[in-house]
Design a protein around this ligand. Structure first.
Ligand code: KE4
Length: 431
């Protein structure tokens, strides 16, 4: 924890939280467990900045883990939400807004012919896997080490994000039966995938991948990796699922599938599609999606799925992102950040490397390029914790885990990015 900013109120709230909330947080990575100290409790946020309950202001490079790509409290989303509040908060019945958001997702996302709304990325991925198993009649799934797909049982095998930060290969509570049908390959390793498929011919329902990995830190797909997965799945009769909960509407307006020109059979979306409200979305080929209840036999449901407030927030967000030049600007900001961090590494002489895809980046505490989980997990965790504290002290909020990304928004300014890089140079030099 920083030693000159005061965090008394955050510390007090954390003590109170721990009495009634397991670990004092509603999602583990927020607890600062791998970086030390009490988590910062947010009071309010606007644009690129958040203010904590002790009145400290920070430039925010977490952005609620991705949803805040427009910046916090964008006017267009606030206006849409305020108007909806006068019409109703939750219906549990069809409404026009969910039709319009499904249409918009299908217009923007290459694989999407139909879309089903849910309330989290976990739900979207869990439903996609069940749908793949139901549609193919097969049981096995292949995922990649270091990729995180939410916390449904079958996908908590060698997960990334919070699970990896705790060094938990899986987690207690996931039964051998639940994990048995999950096969794991190293990211960017096509040969390993083909070996698994050859060893389990006719049994693999799907291959699920973060097409841009964001939960071992940012790791881009090697040239040919996604193409290889596409061809292998087509040959094997397995479905290819892109988990685009992070990359969706961020890697490009149409997500990584647009950026790399590879069209999966299904994709899971989340974060940005809800504009800050709890929304996940399962989308894909109509032939597959129509196996979902009530059109087909694969059951899937949710009380708050298609919630009208969340739907209008998502619609307003996607409308803003569809404006001309948005992704050029996100790319420009990302390139500026990458160049700044590269200078910081050079100036400090600290052994580190930067991975970036668009407006996502990670500073890895490793002298070697990082292209998989083995590389990411070899990074210096203690150095990252000191770096985190140094950046917090200087007024920059980054994810409290080395297995996450820096999330840029359209609200970040050149000066904020340059100041971030200058602070990183100072902190790295002092590590
Ligand atoms: P949620 O259930 O948290 O909405 O989404 C799960 C999920 C699925 N797929 C990918 C690629 C994801 O990144 C996530 C969730 N991301 C983490 C951060 N890397 C959420 C932060 C948290 O767990 O508190």
């Amino acid at each position: 924890m920083s030693d000159t900013l005061t965090h008394a109120r955050s510390e007090q709230l954390f003590a109170e939280a721990r009495r009634r909330i397991p670990g004092g947080v509603n999602s583990p990575v927020r607890a600062f467990s791998s970086v030390g100290g009490a988590p910062v409790f947010y009071e309010r946020a606007a644009g690129s900045r958040v203010t904590d309950v002790d009145g400290n202001e920070y430039v925010d490079f977490i952005g609620s883990w991705g949803p805040m790509i427009l910046g916090h409290r964008p006017a267009a989303v606030l206006d849409a939400v305020r108007a909806q509040l006068d019409r109703g908060l939750s219906f549990g019945a069809p409404c026009e807004a969910e039709v319009r958001l499904a249409e918009r997702v299908c217009e923007l996302v290459p694989c999407a012919e139909k879309a089903r709304m849910v309330s989290s990325g976990t739900e979207a991925v869990m439903s996609a896997v069940r749908l793949a198993r139901g549609f193919t009649g097969r049981s096995l799934i292949i995922k990649f080490e270091g990729c995180y797909h939410g916390h449904s049982d079958a996908l908590l095998a060698s997960a990334g994000s919070g699970v990896a930060a705790f060094g938990i290969p899986g987690t207690p509570g996931v039964t051998p039966g639940a994990a048995r049908d999950t096969l794991v390959a190293p990211y960017n390793d096509l040969v390993a995938v083909e070996r698994l498929i050859d060893a389990h011919e006719g049994q693999v329902a799907c291959v699920i991948v973060e097409p841009v990995a964001g939960n071992m830190g940012v790791v881009a797909p090697d040239p040919g990796f996604l193409e290889g997965l596409r061809a292998t799945c087509a040959r094997e009769g397995a479905l290819l699922i892109f988990d685009e909960v992070i990359s969706g509407f961020r890697a490009a307006l149409g997500g990584a599938q647009e950026r790399y020109g590879i069209v999966p059979d299904l994709c899971a979306l989340g974060k940005i599609v809800g504009g800050g409200f709890p929304v996940g979305c399962l989308a894909g080929r109509a032939e597959v999606m129509d196996a979902l209840s009530p059109a087909g036999p694969v059951y899937q449901a949710g009380t708050l799925s298609g919630n009208p407030v969340a739907m209008v927030a998502g619609l307003a967000t996607l409308e803003e992102l569809a404006r001309p030049g948005v992704y050029d600007e996100l790319e420009r900001l990302g390139a500026r950040l990458e160049a700044g961090l590269a200078r910081a590494i050079e100036r400090s002489g600290f052994p580190a490397t930067v991975n970036r895809v668009g407006s996502l980046a990670t500073l890895f505490f490793s002298p070697d390029p990082v292209r998989d989980y083995a590389g990411a997990s070899a990074c210096d965790a203690a150095a990252f914790a000191r770096y985190f504290a140094g950046m917090l002290e200087r007024g920059f909020l980054i994810a409290p885990s080395r297995f996450e990304a820096l999330f840029l928004s359209l609200a970040h300014t050149d000066d904020e990015i340059d100041d971030f890089a200058a602070a990183a140079a100072e902190v790295l030099a002092a590590l």
